[in-house]
Design a protein around this ligand. Sequence first.
Ligand code: CFM
Length: 541
Amino acid sequence: MSITEEQLEEMLSRYPDKVKKNRKKHLILKNSAEACQQIEANTRTIPGIISQRGCAYAGCKGVVVGPIKDMVHIVHGPVGCSYYAWGTRRNKARADDTTPPEKVFTPLCFTTDMQESDIVFGGDKKLAKMIDQVVEIFHPRAVSICATCPVGLIGDDINAVAKAAEERHGIQVLSFNCEGYKGVSQSAGHHIANNNLMEHVIGKGTAEKNPDDYVINILGEYNIGGDGWELERILKDIGYTLNCIMTGDASYEKIRNLHIADLNLVQCHRSINYIAEMMETKYGIPWLKVNFIGVTATMASLREIAQCFNDEKLIERTEMVIARELARVTPALEQYRKICQGKTAFIFVGGSRSHHYQALLRDLGMDVVVAGYEFAHRDDYEGRQVIPTIKSDADSKNIPELHPTPDEELYQEAHVHLKMSKEKYDELSSRIAFNSYQGMIPEMKDGEVILDDANHHEVEELIRMIKPDLFFSGVRDKYIVHKMGVPAKQMHSYDYSGPYAGFNGSLIFAEDVANALVTPAWKLVTAPWEDQNRSRSDSNA
Ligand code: CFM
């Protein structure tokens, strides 16, 4: 399903001329006659337009720094800023062999709760006192301070407070000048967090690499709904040693030793590619963009990782794990695909997930008719990749035996769980063909819409014109779209579901999508424009 240039014009005609001219560069229709279509991205939102973007503080505290589980993250600012970066993203964390339960601070929210008097007289003393209390009560391994807008406006020197606190307590206190107003979106906050972690934390640990292992990090995996744990399961089965998942379920200590890996995998390319690039320069560690969302994408990424190391044993093992996982998930996926096949989707997320999920939706036979990003940069739309090669002595590498995972029995008996005969199960196993994925714009069909930094007017108009079967976005527009009779899924936190990554995640996602599509309630909702008794101005009110 697509729209015409005339329909696009009509949508833009509601804007003043200057705004229209600007927005036109951020809204394009796929045209396969143009070899390399370009879209304008990563520019300032027009003042007065409420877009879906977040701020620099959200990108720094909410995205990159906040998930580090054994640090206390103090938000220096109003309680509202703290509240909105507290747990809503569902980045999960748990105790592990190096982090006891009392050192996992992820469920807690720490804030200086700035009041008017702090704005007038300065908040630095309150901040210093709070660090003292936090260290005394919680004994964290390190502390971070994240600045919000007022801190920058009144000039509290959080760097001096951090330095003095470090000397008092003998632990690292990192200060992030990530005031919300910096930059054009949360992308600026990612950058601030990356630079600070690179300069002060990464490479400071003393762990040593076992030369017999293939050691990898996953950067830009935040363990939303447990995604990182599913990737850990698959990669460990293949035989990799997973040094650190950054920063989902990550510990301060592991990040200090991030530099001992052979390869950095970059799952979210938008929030952490700066660290990948800086580590390549400083430590010579190559990096590879991966996508573990969807069966096709996961298989391709696993093959590319093995290809980097160029070890026959590893390549063979990768194929074994892929074959096992495919045999397990394909029959169930095929059932969900019957419901999803031919349905259309509108997907609009931050800076990585739209093209990641485009691949998974395609596995389910769905067509993404509108795709866009809040704050991505141009390469996220266009997608480019060079696969590095790592020199290693493959013969000496240690790849453990392929051990049965705990639910191996369940894999073997999957047909019983699906209530189908073994013959039917085996037949379905070979049914779905997973084809290679090209990137967001190349995957789209003529007339389908690509949009950058959307606002409510554009989302509403596109839903009205296209009426997709499913809308994937954030909480700000989810309920508006519900009122239009279109089911919507929260793609930042997965509502209350997940994991969605890897093979198991594909199944859970397929189930959620199929459930949304067959829910009869949506047919009972009349969209405002379908209600003949309401005038156009009513529906916009
Ligand atoms: Fe990366 Fe993310 Fe995303 Fe992102 Fe985000 Fe997120 Fe996102 Mo929400 S780090 S760019 S700043 S994949 S919080 S886990 S879902 S907007 S598309």
